[in-house]
Each structure stands twice: as C-alpha cells, then as structure tokens.
Design a protein around this ligand. Sequence first.
Ligand code: NAP
Length: 478
Amino acid sequence: MSPRVVVIGAGFGGIAAAAALLEAGFDDVVVLERAASTGGVWRDNTYPGCACDVPAPLYSYSFAPNPRWSRRFPAHDEILAYLRATADRLGVTGRVCLNAAVTSATWTGGHWRVETADGTTYEADVLVPAVGQLGNPVLPAIPGSYEGPVVHTARWRDDLPVDGARIGVIGTGASAIQLVPAIAGRAAHITVFQRTPPWTLPRPDRRYGRGRRYAYGKMPSLMLLPRAGVWAMTVVTGRAITGGRVAGALVRTASRVQRRLQVRDADLRARLTPVDPMGCKRVLFTNDWLPALTRPDVSLVTEKILETTPSGVRTADGQVHECDLLVYATGFAATDFLAGIRVTGRDGRALADEWAAGAYAHLGLTVPGFPNLFLVYGPNTNTGNTSVLYFIEHQAAYLVQAVRRLASGANPLEVRREVAAAYDEEIQQRLTRSVWASCRSWYRNAAGRVVTNWPGMASEYRRRVARLRPSDYISRNG
Ligand code: NAP
C-alpha cells in the first residue's frame, strides 16, 4: 500500500519532497499550492535585478543538475524555468492542485484531514508542509499618509512607475541590493533608506559559454566540479559566520577591501560600514550595490524614518524625501511558520499552542503530538551561507524513509517528546552562542529565540538526518 501524502506548497521544497516520494515508488502524492502557478519564491519575486545569491551549481537539485545555466548567478526567471522543467520531468507537475490554499489540517486519529479555502477536503496518511520561510512579505507599520503607489519587492508588478520617477526604497537587505542597481539610471532619483548596513562581498559571477554548456550536456558528471568549488566557498563563509577565526578574518578583509575600492567618499563609506558582526544577517554577494550608491542620482539616507507624508517619507532630521513610488524591501515574516494554516494534532492540540514560545521541530522535521507530520524547510533549517536546497533534499530523503516505514505497516510516526525536547535544548544552547543571538535579524522571533537558522555546518545537518531512528518515535496506533 502506498501511503497517501499531501504536500503543501509547490516551491523548491514541495517539489523536492514530491519528486523524492515518486522516485521511491510512492505515487499517492498530491501537492496543494495556494497560488495559480508553481515556483514559490521564484514565482513571487520578479523585481528588477532579482537573481540567485547562491551560485547555481549549488542552488540546484543534486538529482537534477542543469547543464544549461547561462551564468553562475542566474536571474530569477531562469531559476523558475529550471524548477518548473524539473517538476515536469519528474512527474510532479501533474500532482499539483493550483489555487488550493490550505486553511486547516487536522489529525483525526489515524490520518490527516486537510481543508482548502474553497472547502475541498483531502485525506492523507502523511502531511508535508513545505511552505518555505520567505513566502509572506512584511510591511513595517510606518505611520503616515503617503498617497503614491507602494509595493513590496516580493509583489513587484511590471506596470509600476519606474522610468523617470523618484523612488524611495526602504531596506538594504538581499532584495534591495539587487533592485537598486537594476533601476538606477532608469529612475530620476532613488532614495535608499538604510537602518543597518549589510556585509557585502564581491560576487564571483561569470557567464557560462556555449562550449561549457555543451560539455556539461554531454558529460553531466563534469558539473560536479563547479558544484564542489561552490561548496568549498560556502564552507569558508560558513566557518566565518560560525566563529572560525581565520575564515572570519579573511572574509571581513575581503569585504573591507571591496568597500574601499568601490566607495571613495570616506563619509559615505563610513555610513556603509557594518556595525553588526558578520553573519548576523545574510552576507550579500554583489558587485554593483556599492557603486550604485555612489551615483549622483542615488542617495543613502541613514536618518530614522519617522512617518510618510502624502508625497514622501519624513526622517528624524525633519527632511521629507519626495517619491513617486515607495518600495518596501523589508523582508518576510520568516518566524511565523505555517502562518494562515490551522494545524491540529493529537487530542485536539493546536500547533500554534505547541509553538507558543517559538516554532521548533525535531531535526527541523517533526513535532511531538503531530503524528506523520514532516516539515520541509522547517524550524532551524535555514542557512546563512550555503544553499537551502541541500537541507531540503536531505529532509526529502528522511521523509521517504518515514513513508517507507508506514508503507511496511508501521504505526503512525510520532516523535517522542523527550527526544524532541533534548534536540531543541541542544540547538538553542548552540544558537545562544551564535552570532544570530546578538543582533536584530529575521532569524529571531519576537521573544528573541532564533527559530529559523541551523547553528552548524550543512554537512552536520546531513549527518543528523541521514537515518531515521525508529527509537525516536512512539509506537502507538492511530
Ligand atoms: P531582509 O534581509 O529581511 O532585509 C530587510 C531590510 O529592511 C533590512 O535592511 C531591514 O533593516 C529593513 N527594514 C525592515 N524594517 C524596517 C523599518 N521599519 N525601517 C527601516 N528599515 C527596515 O529582507 P530581504 O532583503 O527581502 O531578504 C530576505 C531573505 O530573502 C534573504 O536573507 C535571503 O535569504 C532571501 N533572498 C534571497 C535572494 C537570492 O538571491 N537568493 C534575493 C533576495 C532575498 P535592518 O537590517 O536594520 O533590520
């Protein structure tokens, strides 16, 4: 018997999970996607300049290497096309129900009952929420009366007034540093509102020529070379942000040299010099962010934003910065896992109550009291330095082990509370010593608990999830 599996979300995570199950011979898989098409964040983020900030040889599934990447850091549409083509090829697309926003999932003592916004219900033995961490944009509550158009980067539209316009961009994270250089020169003026300067590094981008693509197509194993090279690079950045002295010094120096070479004006450079420790927020690979800020038609404002006025943004120095378009590059509600989905486990326990102090999950995958629930890209499985797809693939492999056990007649898999608690204690202990505990970032929830990030190297995570240990689970019927 093939257990019935409902996957929520058709982005990189959900597609990897469904593909792994199909590959393993479990074909009773439905993927429920709230939007009208597949692709997750790569469907949602279409702002000018949007591209991957992890090199494509690593930001691609290991089971679907792509010989056709046009460059090392491809643009969002190329990544979306890759993801959709892979989903088609692996038979996942046909399993996806679009416009199916899951509103609730309830464990009914033997299986999950999943309901979507239009009232349709699905029954499943296994529930796999794969909704990502960066799907729900945040617009900070800035008081005011701005009357012009407002947009979040993740909701960009092609009809926005950009050419010849005065544009205000709030935020200087991964999205802003791609957007601003892409629209500089098109806009009449861009005002960038910076609260905290990010750490940047040169982006070692390059085009992949026809010869290389041909060779990769003919001999796919050649693609392991650039993958290994990028992996090595992420090991250095990973060591740098997890306390490695040599790697830290190396990476900080590279960042300092980049600032010195790209920003000649000492005052501007000082305002762009990070104050947070490196790794507190994502280290950003870019060659054109700092040069864009030196342009005469781009200004960097570091005064605190007080409010909006009908025609612009007022900062603490009293100045009003006029704009015809206001862009929020202000990130996502990453710590609100499964926002909008009411999940109820054994004995009517709400997942929201289980997570009242902050989301947690054993191995980032499964929660006590919620049998046969396996999260993809769940709590504490985000990475600040490498490809999240690496984590996702190993979660999918763990899921396959779980489904295999269920297929062979095992009772529902419910992780032991003491196992999950010990794991969580260990992860949180390590995180309190991490760089993320010391500064404001989207990795921490309102109570200050780091709920998104994995504390170590990616290879450790792979080791931890490589084998499902039956003794971690309660053997209980229904
Ligand atoms: P983000 O990294 O969370 O950055 C949000 C920015 O908005 C920060 O600069 C933040 O300032 C600022 N901000 C937030 N509230 C503000 C307020 N009230 N007033 C002034 N400034 C405010 O968001 P993001 O740039 O969208 O990136 C989020 C994540 O998406 C990234 O870490 C990355 O994982 C992913 N991403 C990936 C790519 C890619 O290429 N693969 C591209 C874009 C995004 P503070 O720093 O002071 O908080």
